[in-house]
Write a protein that binds this ligand. Structure first.
Ligand SMILES: C[S@@+](CC[C@H](N)C(=O)[O-])C[C@H]1O[C@@H](n2cnc3c(N)ncnc32)[C@H](O)[C@@H]1O
Length: 233
């Protein structure tokens, strides 16, 4: 577990997201200068779900990432443990999209229920990465796929050091002005700094039982996309 995962209890994490829920999507757009929209399009292409398929978007928050999957014709369950985030999402109902309250560590779904499972900017916030990856595997059908989109690390140590300075000083300062919620964005910076680098996360995904794990960097590694598959049998 990372230090950020150890420092925050799950109830504190869900309360923190309840508190920012109303402004979450607006702040995401502002703080990423709209890049989050591009990252979501890449995730939707990687998920590649179409008509007749069922997608689990875990830690889906307000369901912003989920909407791209239903636009492609799939059905999607947006699952999160923050009622605040889910209720903001549910204000914008859409055919094929359901919001379900649930904990990533004990998912309220039967085995093998989904064709694709995905989690965007959420795995870092879950208290136990390994348990969440095992639960995701359990609810994926044999041959089904996993797509993880998460903030990550820049392979160049010098660039990464600059980026970490931005995370420590720049980002919380801007976020404080825009959101008035210093705690949530100090936590964001801390949790990104502590998060395993791309090869280490790939190792955790494989150790949880997923096969064919691979990843690619977006924006030099600011974000990484990990993909894997559940063995057929
Ligand atoms: C940074 S938000 C990401 C939301 C959305 N996926 C997106 O891309 O905008 C992280 C989400 O993870 C959720 N989360 C954290 N731990 C969780 C858990 N154990 N079970 C379910 N959701 C969890 C939080 O409630 C929050 O909505």
């Amino acid at each position: 577990m990372t230090r950020a995962q150890l420092d925050k209890k799950p109830a504190e994490v869900s309360a923190m997201f309840d508190n920012v829920a109303d402004r979450y999507d607006l702040l995401n757009d502002a703080l990423s200068l709209g890049l989050d929209r591009r990252w979501r399009r890449v995730v939707a292409r990687a998920v590649g779900a179409g008509p007749g398929q069922l997608v689990l978007d875990l830690a889906a928050g307000t369901g912003t990432s989920s909407r791209a999957f239903i636009r492609a014709g799939a059905r999607c369950i947006a699952c999160d443990f923050s009622f605040g985030m889910l209720s903001v999402g549910a204000r914008r109902p859409a055919p094929g999209l359901s919001f379900v309250a649930g904990d990533a560590l004990d998912l309220p779904f039967r085995d093998c229920a989904f064709d694709v499972v995905t989690i965007s900017f959420g795995l870092r916030n879950v208290a136990d990465t390994e348990q969440a990856l095992a639960e995701l595997l359990r609810v994926t059908r044999p041959g089904g796929r996993l797509v993880v989109c998460e903030f990550s690390h820049l392979p160049s140590p010098r660039l990464n050091a600059l980026y970490e300075q931005y995370l420590t000083r720049g980002l919380p300062a801007v976020a404080r002005r825009l959101s008035g919620n210093a705690e949530a964005y100090d936590y964001l910076a801390e949790s990104i700094r502590d998060w395993p680098a791309q090869p280490e996360l790939a190792g955790k995904i494989a150790a949880a039982g997923w096969s064919g794990v691979c990843w690619r960097n977006l924006m030099l590694g600011v974000v990484a996309l990990h993909e894997a598959r559940r063995r057929d049998h």
